[in-house]
Write a protein that binds this ligand. Structure first.
Ligand code: M6R
Length: 656
């Protein structure tokens, strides 16, 4: 979480820093700040809230300088106010720092530094680092930074500048991502590539315990003992346009629409003739042949992809497959057999703290580690024995969409790839499976063309609940129905309720969503619910439909919306039975069904129907994902939620 950026060159650093921060805002948006140095004078500006508040402030009180650092924060230690915003100054304001990560021993360091006379301004863990550098500084900034970080426990990506060295920017990393951008007469640091892509394509990925000293014309690298090290620069192949909105109102809808193309790209890269090929997947066939059990580990949406991966791999490999969330896996007494257990970690960002820790734990115990990752060169990708990139391009919206279907696709391909090695997937079966997969991009395009139908359902839902809510607020059912427009009814009700009723604050609290699915679409139900809650703040639960009778059925009356994932499948009849049970209790049902299914459209089953194109059940999660993403998106837009940057969240969770 948190994004950091830094610049040293001849231009004014501030617009470059602000530009960089705008592409890093997905990493956190509780507060933002920058510091720049002009003729040896440090100047800082920081504000609570989103970057646009800082931008407004800079318009009124400009800051300039040819060297600077910037930060966008996701608060961990200390509330997201201005004082706790980064950058942070030393006592004499001669050193200034930005930090991403958590300093675990900040408490003891702070107490010690306080006793030595250091004055702290904020409640952050970060501030100890700048005081430590100040204390250890004896005329050499590199030495002071190295000495300071040798005392730190926890994770950090740091950018440091000082009035004592007006032509130097020092950066360091451990367990939080950091790259150095190499330019001509100017250099950069950033948490992620899109922040600097407009300016350079040459980057150095810093590894743990590496320190970079940037001047205008040079980047020198060291380990934490100040010994010089050499590293190659990598060339970024994708362009900055793919990290921009391209005319869409939100990144999320752009990324939803990119899915057919992403799938095409994956299939073009990975299928050669009747074979799945993973180039540079450094786990040999001999090693893979020794595997007798597989453990999948991931968080959030990637976990849902992993759960679907379990169904896919079980079917294709006939091996015991387990799946766990990273935060649970890392602290469990896992059963790992050296050289026999294959761990598959799944992560869009490749930086998720719990997933990375699980990977390390599994490696320590002798597991073979493969990762399914989107961000090239990320920590998870680099630390795995073999990585399969999902080739989805940068995903900016906090709500994961295209990365999810890319992860699912990769699981299908991995299943076929491993199945060939284990002899569980024949030539004939490969042909059939790849043939089905090849249809998916076209079917996705077809499905996305129907997006207006999903929007209509979202609008109907909002309309229905606006009335219901107005009715509730008024405690006078009939009164509000005289309004033709539900928004007006709601506004009237709100007005009346303002003083005496606080229920509006709990909008939709009484109208939860329940997502039900079976078999390969049980993970789809979980993912549908996650997508809705994270961007609309409506409570939503995903359940295996067969579990409904074991608890969730108690929720059913005429208020919740029950989304039943019911494509044509071996469990179709079972889903219909579940729907009947819901209807018998006055439940409102939205069915996601296969096109042409007349049965499900009958009033006895569904109030609303969203169709997906015909597809083999095994691959249906790839198509089911799209209308569920769209439904959440349109409800969020209708409720005027911040779609791309929902409250309290960050794109990449680099702290535990
Ligand atoms: O980068 P990762 O795939 O490891 O991230 C895992 C989760 O944090 C992520 O999927 C999160 O749940 C998304 N916001 C869901 O849309």
């Amino acid at each position: 979480m948190c994004g950091i950026v830094g610049y040293i060159g001849k231009k004014n650093a501030v617009p470059i820093l602000m530009d960089g921060l705008s592409s890093l805002e997905y990493r956190g948006y509780d507060s933002a700040g920058i510091a720049a140095m002009d003729k040896g004078q440090l100047c800082m500006s920081k504000r609570a809230g989103k970057l646009k508040i800082l931008a407004e402030c800079l318009k009124k009180n400009p800051v300039k300088g040819a060297i600077g650092i910037g930060h966008t924060r996701w608060a961990t230690h200390g509330e997201p106010n201005e004082i706790n915003s980064h950058p942070h100054y030393s006592c004499k304001s001669d050193f200034v720092i930005v930090h991403n990560g958590i300093i675990e021993n900040h408490h003891e360091l702070r107490e010690k530094l306080k006793k030595e006379g250091h004055k702290f301004r904020s409640q952050t863990d970060t501030e100890v680092v700048v005081h430590l550098i100040e204390k250890l500084y004896k005329g050499n900034l590199l030495k002071a930074v190295c000495a300071a970080i040798r005392q730190l426990h926890g994770s950090f990506a740091l950018g440091v500048i000082s009035t004592h060295h007006p032509d130097m920017l020092v950066a360091a990393r451990k367990d939080s991502p950091l790259i150095v951008g190499v330019g001509k007469g100017e250099n950069y640091i950033a948490s992620d590539v899109p922040a600097i892509l407009k300016y350079t394509r040459e980057v150095i990925y810093l590894d743990n315990n590496e320190v970079a000293v940037l001047t205008r014309d040079k980047v020198a690298l060291y380990n934490t003992k100040e010994a010089p090290i050499k590293k190659k620069t990598a060339k970024i192949k994708w362009d900055s346009a793919s990290a921009e909105k391209a005319g869409y109102p939100h990144f999320m809808i752009k990324e939803i629409n990119e899915q057919p193309q992403v799938l095409k790209t994956i299939l073009n890269h990975r299928i050669k003739g009747n074979r799945v090929v993973f180039e540079k997947f450094n786990i040999s066939e001999a090693k893979l042949k020794k595997i007798n059990n597989i453990q999948i580990v991931a968080c959030g949406t990637a976990y849902h992809a992993g759960l679907c991966g379990k169904y896919i791999l079980e079917k294709l490999l006939r091996l015991p497959i387990n799946v766990d969330t990273s935060s649970e896996f890392r602290y469990r007494d896992q059963i790992i057999t050296k050289g026999r257990t294959l761990i598959i970690v799944v992560s869009q960002s490749g930086e998720t703290a719990d997933t990375l820790a699980s990977l390390r734990e599994a490696k320590k115990k002798g597991a073979v580690v493969a990762s399914i990752c989107n961000v090239v060169g990320s920590s998870i990708a680099r630390e795995s024995d073999g990585v399969i990139y999902t080739l989805a391009g940068p995903e900016i919206a906090v709500a994961s969409t295209k990365a999810y279907t890319a992860q699912l696709t990769t699981f299908y391909l991995l299943g076929i790839y491993l199945g060939r090695i284990y002899g569980t997937v024949s030539d004939k079966a490969t042909k059939k499976l790849l043939g089905e997969l090849a249809k998916v991009p076209g079917l996705m395009t077809q499905s996305l063309k129907e997006h207006k139908k999903v929007k209509k359902v979202a609008d109907q839902y909002i309309r229905r609940y606006d009335y219901r809510l107005a009715e509730q607020l008024m405690f006078l059912g009939d009164e509000i129905w005289r309004f033709k427009d539900p928004k007006k009814a709601l506004a009237f009700a709100q007005q009346c309720a303002k003083k005496s009723h606080s229920a509006y604050g709990k909008r939709f609290g009484d109208f939860p969503f329940l997502y039900l699915g079976r078999n390969v679409n049980y993970p789809s139900a979980l993912e549908g619910a996650l997508k809705l809650k994270e961007i609309t703040y409506i409570s939503a639960e995903g359940y295996a439909a067969g579990e409904m009778k074991h608890g969730p059925i108690a929720l059913i009356d005429e208020f919740p919306l029950v989304v039943c994932i019911t494509p044509q499948s071996a469990v179709y009849e079972k889903m219909l039975s579940n729907i009947k049970e819901i209807r018998a209790r006055k439940g409102v049902v939205l069915s996601v069904a296969t096109e042409g299914d007349k049965e499900i459209r009958k009033k006895e089953y569904s109030d609303y129907v969203i169709e997906i194109p015909k597809i083999d059940e095994f691959f249906s999660p790839l198509l089911v994902a799209l209308p569920l993403q769209l439904l959440s998106y349109y409800i969020a837009v209708g409720l005027k939620c911040d779609v791309d940057q929902p409250r309290n969240l960050a794109k990449s969770v680099t702290v535990e």
